[in-house]
Design a protein around this ligand. Sequence first.
Ligand SMILES: Cc1cc2nc3c(=O)[nH]c(=O)nc-3n(C[C@H](O)[C@H](O)[C@H](O)COP(=O)(O)OP(=O)(O)OC[C@H]3O[C@@H](n4cnc5c(N)ncnc54)[C@H](O)[C@@H]3O)c2cc1C
Length: 366
Amino acid sequence: MKKVAIVGAGIVGATTAYYLSKEADVEVTVYDHGLGQATKAAAGIISPWFSKRRNKAWYKMARLGADFYVDLLNDLQESGQEVDFYQRWGVFLLKKDESKLEELYQLALQRKVESPLIGELAILDQATASNLFPGLEGFERLLYASGGARVDGQLLVTHLLEASQVKVIKDRVTIIPVSSGYQIGNQIFDQVVLATGAWLGDILEPLGYEVDVRPQKGQLRDYQVPQDMGAYPVVMPEGEWDLIPFPDGKLSLGATHENDMGFDLAVDENLLQQMAEAASSFYPILKDAMISGERVGIRAYTSDFSPFFGQVPNLSGVFVASGLGSSGLTTGPIIGYHLAQMLQGKSGVLDPADYPTERYIKQKQT
Ligand SMILES: Cc1cc2nc3c(=O)[nH]c(=O)nc-3n(C[C@H](O)[C@H](O)[C@H](O)COP(=O)(O)OP(=O)(O)OC[C@H]3O[C@@H](n4cnc5c(N)ncnc54)[C@H](O)[C@@H]3O)c2cc1C
């Protein structure tokens, strides 16, 4: 029986645990500290097709990551789990300069050829848009794509870990290379997966590595509204804030992108209030809506904003994924699936050479 440790139970670690737990000859243990986890603070928008980023490897991962949810939903259903964490009710894209909507529409039409999941595309006037999202105003036209989805990251992780039936230990851990593998606490493992998000440096630097992963603070506000917004699309205007409606009257507003706050987890009411005021001019109901909570999470970023996954250079049996940035709920499951494949010596649709670990993890010069 092969013993595998997964450090980190965000979306990457939990998906890796789920797919590894399907293998008969593998025993998986998950360690997770949980504080500041990006996955449970995330807004949850799955809509990569409108990005203007030129990074082709990233876009391939993001579009296939959105598609991968279809497989994940089937797999989790077969494992007896509910798929209440995912809804596909479309996305609204707003532009300050509405003449740019046509350009975005054409880009989306081209991308639909390889990503039919994008669904129906249309430029809607305000009256038509309000049928789908009553009360939304402050624009004349917007772009609608029916395939946009939203995910409750925390709920997804709960289902993945439940279906895996793996042991989860709530602890912050370090790894020590020993002759027979890697030691965590008093256990020895044959293989280790570092799914530690923004905290990758903490675990690899003591082992002599320099890690190009930096923290970005993200804050989000949750509201409880009287109406069930379960079938409303996600709203993505230009700028910081997005509106993410969920079933049962939950509505999220977020998120901030703060590069200079390190691992700070304090709620900044001023920033959240500024976001709420900007959003209220498009959705005035927010002004009187009940605030039900605020969330803070730390995203992991690399210097070129690219995610990476694969083997840690010169540390045989240790695998890693990090740098998922603002789109990690989109790319996390497909990365977790690939890590589980790699540990079994198998491959998937993504080529790890396009997301090389050695670009971001280097041995310190002595
Ligand atoms: C506010 C916000 C909004 C976002 N919105 C979206 C969105 O709309 N769409 C989208 O696609 N993405 C979004 N993201 C990005 C996405 O949430 C992240 O990229 C993704 O969740 C990262 O997953 P991860 O598993 O790599 O890391 P994380 O979810 O951060 O998990 C890492 C885990 O490892 C644990 N850990 C670290 N070191 C140790 C250790 N030594 N011992 C034990 N445990 C350890 C941490 O405690 C943590 O629980 C958002 C992020 C934030 C913060």
